[in-house]
Design a protein around this ligand. Sequence first.
Ligand SMILES: Cc1cc2nc3c(=O)[nH]c(=O)nc-3n(C[C@H](O)[C@H](O)[C@H](O)COP(=O)(O)OP(=O)(O)OC[C@H]3O[C@@H](n4cnc5c(N)ncnc54)[C@H](O)[C@@H]3O)c2cc1C
Length: 474
Amino acid sequence: MNPTNTKNTDGGQKNIEQDKIEDLKISFRGSVLPAGTHGYDQARKIWNGMFDRKPALIVRCVGTSDVIQAVNFARHNDLEISVKGGGHNSAGTAVCDDGLMIDLSLMRRVTVNQEKKTARVDGGCLLGDVDSETQLYGLAVSAGIVSHTGVGGLVLGGGFGWISRKHGLSVDNLISAEVVTAKGQLVTASERENPDLFWGIRGGGGNFGIVTSFEFKCADIGREVYSGLIVKDFSDARKYMQFHRDYVRTLPDEMTVWMVARHAPPLPFLPDDVHGKMVVIIPFVWLGEPEEGEKYIKPIREVTKSLGEGLGMHPWVGWQSGFDGLVGHGARNYWKSHHLKNLSDACIDQVVDFAGRLPSEECEVFIPHMEGVPSRTSENETAFSHRSTPFVLNIHTRWQTAENDEKCLAWAREFHAKTKDFASGVYVNFLSQEGEDRIKDAYTGDAWDRLVAVKNTWDPENRFHMNQNIKPSI
Ligand SMILES: Cc1cc2nc3c(=O)[nH]c(=O)nc-3n(C[C@H](O)[C@H](O)[C@H](O)COP(=O)(O)OP(=O)(O)OC[C@H]3O[C@@H](n4cnc5c(N)ncnc54)[C@H](O)[C@@H]3O)c2cc1C
């Protein structure tokens, strides 16, 4: 299935009466944008250029009252709802055809409590907003690695990044959330209030309501981290990967070392003739004294020759936005992913084979190492499942023009199929539009049953279905 041609059949062409739109505008603080009005085309854009959907109406909320009015408006007018946080979900779920797009991207306030080491974060914030504000105090919220990604979708699906091995996933650091329900009511979800909802939103995605603000526990990481990139020749990829699979599993939680096979970006520390060559990039972050971190990095330097390296103390905010340019807005993207039980020789053979014939210069094969604190947290704690799987394989297929769709989609699907035998589960936030069975793969059987029960309670009419949908059973 080509995502650009996908039309959501639950929606249908809607003509919303002008009077109703005018009524909504009276008390709506943000902007109300019917098709054709100034700002509509900009607002409906999302990160993945594969999706060119046209909602009947876009509302750009600036506060909780706007979100409540939007949900009520959709219900009263029987409009399909899509919710846009940072607009980064590669499956394109932030935008619908013909329905109501509830855009939270103007809701970006972050308030830090330095004493308690907590942060209150609006539902439309980007990761960069959170880093900027928390770093004023040397604090950070455990989240992802690209600053223009939205907090909303990332956290509701789980959320992992450079500090999650040491400090837990984003959902493990969530203290509470303010949620607008399908009935347009504002409720708090926490261990004490509505604990079933609190459990569900920690991994179950946007299925249960719209989160207007999150409250997080912050980690004290300081303003600079010892971090960097070591770049290896792709001709040594097999040897390096065989070393990497065992080596990373010996590391303390303070050290996170990942692996990316791609064409070399024009990094300043690489010789000119390496730019554009196929390489394996080893990015790492160490949370501790740099001298100690350097000891852990030594074996990476020794196992195969490096084409270049850029290591040192980096400001956290700078490191967190260092990869932004490689994954900017508007390109065509197709992601296929699964967790890997291990990186066996046979699995590495497939990775090296497919990485060796990337269908475009911008594609990458991304293999983060997980484990650490999340893997020692009980599976029942949150809806996020498969906590003990050591590796994720994320096939980032990225290209610029529609004429390359077929070639790029076929490569990703074949690669994914060929690594299926080594897989167990998937991260819900890395799914494309792959159907209900695949969504189930993101959860254990118990978690899935529990998620359906939470859905039955909080959204029995499935108003929030533009997501990796958990259908109610009643
Ligand atoms: C460049 C890039 C880098 C990434 N890096 C990481 C990473 O390091 N770690 C990681 O864990 N994931 C990462 N991801 C995956 C990311 O977690 C998902 O794409 C996520 O859905 C993005 O959230 P968003 O708010 O930007 O997306 P959107 O497309 O806006 O939202 C996705 C869905 O989430 C729901 N949603 C969003 N906000 C809210 C809200 N406030 N209330 C209720 N529902 C909401 C809606 O159902 C929506 O359809 C990355 C993605 C990209 C594109």
